[in-house]
Design a protein around this ligand. Structure first.
Ligand SMILES: *Cc1c(COP(=O)(O)O)cnc(C)c1O
Length: 301
């Protein structure tokens, strides 16, 4: 639901102060307010009502999602890990709209497409992955006559080797071509990028320019494509996270993905922190053994 639609709803009861629900509610309202301000202030931006807020709930418990949903009616949530999303989707209301925003291995495409209320896969970064999603969405949903699966193509606008995504506008154009011609169970609904920290202005301008070029090329080939629903126009722009959503909105973002500004910072169970702690424990044990050994060899009088 967009913030504009949200504001049109009758006010909901504030959650009780001191509860987790209240904390989430306050964070959320702050983000919605900032998002509106950014959209109003930027001459070039989309209508504030058209900027979709995706609440990124990865690593956070299902109870947080439900609490936020119940006090705000917010329904677009983003997750990065397939198994975590499958588990949460089973537990939570079917009316939620799930965005998959993590790196997706082709062998997990089948599991992901089994989620009935999957709204969009934002991180399609290869034609191979698109083919897998097309195949499995077709199998799962052809019988129920579901519309095609919405996807965003992920673009690597910063050129960082650590980031996934199509690295040039030419490869994006070529991929859209193939999808429109050969993959009837997919709908290309937008482009997505993760801005390099501190370089949002550059990366978001790049994504917007690439989207315009993809649209122009698609128009040239409309005659050859039987299914014109295979791509929406204008394409959505999924860009902007907690630290840079205002910049992204200035560049025309229609879909911001905000996690920590709503849910607080994340802690990972099998994290780098855990690995470091294990390494430190091992080092301490080796040091203790070395001390004991040298004491045995060279006993002090
Ligand atoms: C985790 C994540 C986000 C949210 O990040 P925050 O900085 O917590 O807002 C957005 N997009 C992607 C692709 C992510 O992995």
């Amino acid at each position: 639901m967009t913030s504009e639609e949200l504001r049109a709803l009758p006010p909901l009861a504030n959650p009780e102060p001191g509860t987790r629900a209240h904390e989430l509610y306050l964070n959320y309202m702050q983000v919605v307010g900032d998002l509106h301000r950014a959209a109003r202030e930027s001459r070039d931006a989309a209508d504030p009502g058209l900027v979709r807020l995706v609440a990124v709930s990865k690593t956070k418990p299902a109870s947080d999602i439900l609490a936020l949903h119940e006090c705000t009616r917010h329904d677009h949530f983003g997750e990065n890990y397939v198994q975590e999303l499958v588990d949460k989707a089973k537990e939570l209301p079917r009316t939620l709209q799930w965005h998959f925003i993590g790196h997706l291995q082709t062998n997990k495409a089948k599991m992901l497409t089994s989620i009935p209320n999957l709204y969009v896969v934002e991180t399609v970064d290869s034609l191979k992955l698109a083919r897998e999603l097309d195949k499995h969405w077709g199998k799962h949903h052809a019988a129920t006559r579901e519309p095609p699966l919405r996807i965003f193509l992920q673009a690597n606008t910063s050129g960082e080797s650590s980031k996934a995504g199509f690295a040039t506008v030419e490869t994006l154009i070529e991929t859209v071509h193939t999808i429109r011609a050969e993959l009837p169970n997919l709908q290309v609904a937008g482009l997505m990028t993760i801005g390099e920290p501190g370089c949002g202005d550059r990366d978001f301008a790049t994504l917007r320019s690439w989207a315009e070029q993809v649209e122009q090329d698609a128009e040239k080939h409309d005659q050859e494509v039987q299914n014109l629903h295979a791509m929406t126009r204008p394409l959505e722009l999924s860009m902007g996270m907690s630290d840079d959503y205002a910049i992204a909105i200035k560049h025309g973002s229609t879909n911001v993905r905000v996690g920590s500004a709503i849910f607080g910072s994340r802690t990972y169970k099998t994290s780098e922190a855990q690995a470091k702690a294990d390494a430190a424990r091992m080092a301490a044990r080796l040091a203790a053994e070395a001390t004991a050994a040298s004491a045995a060899v060279d006993p002090k009088p």
